[in-house]
Every structure is written in structure tokens, then in C-alpha cells.
Design a protein around this ligand. Structure first.
Ligand code: NAD
Length: 490
């Protein structure tokens, strides 16, 4: 582990230390060991073992960082990571095989293949809300693709960060896989170095800093950002099921502190009061009459975020719009599930990603108007629609651009490893999960094989009209064109 602190002596992790670290990893990567299937599998298994053997410590770390309910940790942090490893262990051999592809007549005789190769030494910078999954999921993708990796976990989840550093030091091959703990200074030192890929999860403001630093070295980036993920609720649906699925995606995911949790609801003026009633009943079923005391809700991560959310709630434009909840406990950093009805679009809460337990509802006359409402803002990371109307569903899928769409549920698209997970526009670039994680850290090298046979004089000077005709026909790729050119027919 490289860290801001090591043993009793405080070490500064500055640009010099970062440069040394990258140099060391580059030398190790140069040995070629990470390229073998055996090394990759041994490291995926080691990381899986680290998580399985330390599940209790992970639960404790998340409890300390976020008061995250153990069930959420076991399912979303540990369980999802285990699934990622299992998919890799099952599929990796197949992913690593070069893909034979067709060639064209212009290179005849020849064969071609796409050879997947590791990018080299990569940096993963992760966020605090799912500090284990968002760290280890990209790391295991990078390992599967045969790279050396440095992980920089989030300082906002210190117990998880320190646990990750310990586990990686203990279980992994540290010639290739390291953790650097720290905050802005340490990340800045890391970003000054030349990497072969930077995989960043977090907000768009820092995403811009990451991309600017990467541009200096022409380093490609994956940016896993956030945004305001809308939920459209049509009338004439099973409102109870819809409300429960919204609750599970919003408050059941780290109390709204998740990148794909529903940010706001759009529904019709007629449907809104009914939806609020069902939400109230179902929220009480889930979290009781005093949700501030519920052990099934995470707390707000920090006093800064608590103050930010309080400001959104205290805005004059919405303070009278609370239809349910609104209770806060500043000392315990707890905010109850809160539903706000008929929130104006120019309110603070509609101006930024909420990332917390507040859920505003916007009303429209006709549900189809929701598409324009969504498209008038930045492209979200996820967009959800609850409807039984086939035509509206098709319209939605066709016209709404978002990282991912989900019809009649929330969040679950995340667990389907055959779907890419990533944003578009302001919600990010690049994607991962399943094979997409392998691809995110792999260069697809184009290789063409020729022999010494078939060395036609036609490509060599002196150039003649016949050669020109033939070359044009060859590039066109049509046999008939080539025959016509050979016979001098125009
Ligand atoms: P954060 O505060 O943990 O920051 C993310 C990382 O950026 C940390 O490792 C931090 O050390 C680093 N960082 C912070 N300031 C920096 C600076 N000035 N220079 C360099 N590095 C810096 O997390 P956050 O940004 O609060 O995370 C929440 C955001 O992330 C939300 O917008 C959320 O939607 C998004 N998010 C996206 C995903 C996804 O998978 N797309 C997942 C989780 C969170």
C-alpha cells in the first residue's frame, strides 16, 4: 500500500512519489506477467477471496462510513462484486481469444484478426457512496484485461478506503496492484502522471479535472458520472408496485445517495395525489412512523452533504411543497425519506443532482410531455418509465437519451452484466460491467497477416493507366470490376 500515512511515520504522497510508483509498475508490467491467463485468473480469484473472507469487515466499514444497512452492503457491494468475478472467471478465456475477421480482395492473399491486449498501467479513482463496489469492480475489470492498476479510493468513506488498502496489500500481487489512499492532493499527484487509462467515478466537476489532466498525456478516460435520473409515472398502472419499486431504487439504495437512484418523478396532475398517497403508505410500511430511527436507511455521508441537502429543502420555492417526510437530525446526519409535490422547475432542487433522500414530483397535463421535460435538461445516467401503454413506451425508448433506460422498474438494469453501464453526455463516457469491463481496459489491436506470395506489380511504380484502373477496381472490392479493369472495359 502506498498511502498518505504508513506506520508511525507520516509520508507525503506527492508527485515525486506518484512518479516513482508509476515507474515501478511500468517496469513490472514490462515483464509481461500480467498478460497470461493464469496471472489474471489468480488475481481475480485473490480479489474475490479478499472480499469473501472479509465480508464482516466490509459490512462494518460501510456501517462506519454511511450507517449502510448490512443487507444493502451484502447485496450491492459484496454480492454484485462476486457476480462480476464469476462472470470473468467463466468467460475470460473466451474474451482473450483473438477474433478472426474477414479480409478484402485488395489484400488477397491474407488473413486478419483482432488481438485484445492490455493497455498497460491504469488508474482507478472511485467515489464514496458504494466505496467497495465502485473501487473493486473497475479494478477487477482492469486485472482481467491484464493491466497493472493503482486504485485511489474516496477519502469521504475513510473506513472503506483503509480496508481496501489493507486487503489489496494482503491478498494481491503488489508488483502490479496497489492502493493510494488520500484526498485532493494525492489524487492531483496521481493525475500528473502518464497513465494508459484513467477510470473515474464521481461528479462531473472533478470529471472535468480528470479529463483535463488526462488530455495532457493523451490518456483515454472512462468517466462514470451522475445526473438527474427521472422516473415517469403513467396513470392506469399498478401504482402500488410502481411506488414500491421507486422506494427500493431511491431510499433502498443508500438513502438516495446512488448515481442511478430516482432523482425526480414526472407524472400527470391527476395521478400525482394518488401516487403521493401510495408512496406515503408504502414508505411507512418500509421504514415505520419514525424513519429517522430506522436501521434500514443509510445516513448522509458528511456534514457538507447534509448542509447541501438542507439548503435544497429550505429553498423558499419548495419549503411549502413537502407532502411527506422532511424530518432531519443534524447530529446523526439523518434525513427522512421526503416527497415534495408540484415542485417548480426553477427551484434549487431541480437545478442539481439531489443525491439524497429528497424526491420531488413534477406534474404535467399529459404524460407524453415528460419526454420534452427530460430532453430539456442534460442527458441523465438512467431514466425510468412506468406505463402499460405500448406506444408511449416505444416513444420513450426512441426519444429519451440516457446512459440506460428501464421500463416498469428502477435500478435493475445495473445487475444485467450483458448490458453496458455508463453515461452519455453530462452523465459520463465509456461503460463497464461484464465483457464491457474487459473491453474498457483492452486495446483491440488490428493484425493483418500476409505471406510473400501474390506480390502483384500493380502497386509499384511506374504507374500506368491500367494499374490505376485495376487499383481502383481492387479498392472497390468487386470481382466484376476487377475483371472489367483487366480487360480494359470501362
Ligand atoms: P467523491 O467526493 O468521493 O469524489 C470522487 C473521487 O474524486 C474521490 O476519489 C476524490 O478523492 C476525487 N476528487 C475529489 N476532488 C478532487 C479534485 N479536486 N481533484 C482530483 N480528484 C478529486 O465522490 P462524489 O464526486 O461526491 O460522488 C458523487 C457523484 O458521483 C455523483 O454525481 C454521482 O452520481 C456520481 N457517481 C457516479 C457513479 C457511476 O457509476 N456513474 C457511481 C457513483 C457515483
Amino acid at each position: 500500500m502506498a498511502g498518505a500515512e504508513s506506520g508511525s511515520q507520516k509520508k507525503v504522497f506527492d508527485a515525486e512519489a506518484a512518479s516513482f510508483l508509476v515507474k515501478e509498475l511500468r517496469e513490472s508490467f514490462g515483464s509481461g506477467r500480467t498478460r497470461s491467463y493464469e496471472w489474471r485468473v489468480s488475481q481475480v480469484k485473490a480479489l474475490l477471496k479478499a472480499v469473501v473472507e472479509n465480508e464482516d469487515q466490509i459490512v462494518d466499514a460501510l456501517r462506519s462510513d454511511l450507517a449502510k444497512p448490512p443487507l444493502e452492503t451484502v447485496v450491492y457491494e459484496v454480492g454484485m462484486f462476486k457476480n462480476s468475478c464469476e462472470v470473468i472467471l467463466k468467460e475470460l478465456k473466451h474474451w482473450m481469444v483473438p477474433e478472426k475477421v474477414k479480409t478484402s480482395i485488395s489484400t488477397f492473399p491474407s488473413s486478419a484478426e483482432i488481438v485484445p491486449e492490455p493497455l498497460g498501467v491504469v488508474l482507478v479513482i472511485s467515489a464514496w457512496n458504494y466505496p467497495i463496489l465502485l473501487s473493486l469492480d473497475p479494478v477487477v475489470g482492469a486485472i482481467a484485461a491484464g493491466n497493472a492498476v493503482v486504485l485511489k479510493p474516496s477519502e469521504i468513506a475513510p473506513a472503506s478506503s483503509s480496508l481496501l488498502a489493507k486487503l489489496i496489500e494482503k491478498y494481491m500481487d503488489n508488483s502490479f496492484i496497489r492502493v493510494v489512499e488520500g484526498a485532493v492532493d494525492e489524487t492531483t499527484a496521481l493525475l500528473q502522471q502518464k497513465w494508459d487509462k484513467i477510470f473515474y467515478t464521481g461528479n462531473g466537476k472533478v470529471g472535468r479535472i480528470v479529463m483535463t489532466a488526462a488530455a495532457k498525456h493523451l490518456t483515454p478516460v472512462v468517466l462514470e458520472l451522475g445526473g438527474k435520473s427521472p422516473v415517469v409515472v403513467d396513470s392506469n398502472i399498478n401504482l402500488k408496485v410502481a411506488a414500491r419499486r421507486i422506494i427500493s431504487g431511491k431510499w433502498g439504495l443508500n438513502n438516495g445517495q446512488a448515481c442511478i437512484s430516482p432523482d425526480y418523478i414526472i407524472t400527470t396532475k391527476d395521478c400525482a395525489p394518488k401516487l403521493v398517497d401510495v408512496l406515503k403508505t408504502e414508505l411507512e410500511n418500509c421504514y415505520g412512523k419514525n424513519p429517522l430511527e430506522s436501521e434500514d436507511l443509510s445516513r448522509i455521508v458528511s456534514s457538507n452533504h447534509f448542509a447541501r441537502l438542507s439548503k435544497l429543502l429550505n429553498d423558499d420555492k419548495v419549503s411549502g411543497k413537502i407532502a411527506y417526510g422532511g424530518e432531519k437530525d443534524e447530529k446523526k446526519l439523518r434525513i427522512a425519506p421526503t416527497v415534495l409535490l408540484d415542485v417548480p422547475q426553477d427551484s434549487l432542487i431541480m437545478g442539481e443532482e439531489i443525491f439524497g433522500p429528497l424526491l420531488p414530483i413534477i406534474t404535467v397535463n399529459k404524460v407524453e410531455e415528460s419526454i420534452d421535460v427530460i430532453n430539456s435538461g442534460s442527458k441523465p445516467l438512467a431514466a425510468y418509465i412506468f406505463t402499460n401503454n405500448k406506444k408511449f413506451k416505444e416513444q420513450f425508448v426512441k426519444n429519451v437519451s440516457a446512459g440506460g433506460l428501464l421500463v416498469n422498474d428502477t435500478v435493475l438494469h445495473l445487475v444485467v452484466h450483458t448490458l453496458p453501464f455508463g453515461g452519455v453526455g453530462e452523465s459520463g463516457m465509456g461503460a463497464y460491467h461484464g465483457k464491457f469491463s474487459f473491453d474498457a481496459f483492452t486495446h483491440k489491436k488490428a493484425v493483418l497477416y500476409r505471406s510473400f506470395a501474390g506480390d502483384a506489380s500493380l502497386r509499384y511504380p511506374p504507374y500506368t493507366d491500367t494499374k490505376l484502373r485495376l487499383m481502383k477496381a481492387l479498392i472497390g472490392g468487386s470481382i466484376i470490376g476487377i475483371i472489367r479493369a483487366l480487360f480494359g472495359w470501362s
